[in-house]
Design a protein around this ligand. Structure first.
Ligand SMILES: O=P(O)(O)OP(=O)(O)OP(=O)(O)OC[C@H]1O[C@@H](n2cnc3c(O)ncnc32)[C@H](O)[C@@H]1O
Ligand SMILES: [Mg+2]
Length: 195
């Protein structure tokens, strides 16, 4: 496969996906669709939402498209924010607002109880149908304050075992260990075998 559309409005995701999938050419579906398509992420799981986004947008492009639905699951919050990660602090919440709310909710929780994981589900779709889904996870803890300016979303609060936050990693380092990398590796394996 030489070229793949991606159904995302998130520039941070798009950049990571393009880097990880090289040499496949990655194109944003929203750059080629003239209409204003908005997909309601009403699913209860990352899989459902990835399919919703991929299947809907696949009807507007020629060929294969992938959608990424991802988020953060925090142990002490019983898996929240989960599928609500992007809108944790409200419908149009900024990353900063989401991070602040997370810190608030974890006030007084000690480090050993601050376990969390990032989850990424990639759906591969075509002509309104899902061909396959792939899941990647990355484990860490929630830090006591935000640190670092790389990445996006909850990266400044996601503490790795070496003591750095995900936002303190260089882009290449994040792309080696991330949930997104793990899901996309499976996609690459699938594409190499099926196409
Ligand atoms: O739906 P699209 O258009 O792809 O973009 P989005 O930002 O709304 O994406 P999601 O619905 O999948 O929500 C994922 C949220 O989870 C968080 N997230 C996902 N991957 C992340 C990562 O690698 N690092 C930090 N936060 C991440 C971040 O807050 C995202 O906004
Ligand atoms: Mg979204």
């Amino acid at each position: 496969m030489k070229k793949l559309f991606v159904a995302t409005k998130n520039k941070g995701k798009l950049k990571e996906i393009a880097e990880i999938l090289k040499p496949i050419e990655v194109l944003s579906a929203f750059d080629v669709i003239n209409e204003n398509v908005d997909v309601e992420e009403s699913g209860a799981t990352f899989e459902e939402n990835a399919k919703l986004k991929g299947e809907t947008l696949s009807k507007f492009v020629e060929g294969y498209i992938i959608a990424d639905d991802s988020g953060l699951e925090v142990d002490a919050l019983n898996g929240a924010p989960g599928v609500f990660s992007a809108r944790f602090a409200g419908e149009n919440a900024t990353d900063e607002e989401n991070n602040r709310l997370l810190l608030d909710k974890l006030k007084g929780v000690p480090l050993e109880k601050r376990g969390a994981k990032f989850v990424c589900v990639i759906a591969l779709c075509k002509d309104g149908e899902t061909v396959a889904t792939f899941r990647g996870e990355c484990e860490g803890r929630i830090a006591f304050e935000m640190r670092g300016s790389n990445g996006f979303g909850y990266d400044p609060l996601f503490l790795l075992s070496d003591g750095r936050t995900m936002a303190e990693l260089e882009a290449e380092e994040k792309n080696e260990i991330s949930h997104r990398r793990k899901a996309l590796e499976q996609l690459k394996f699938y594409l190499n075998n099926e196409f």
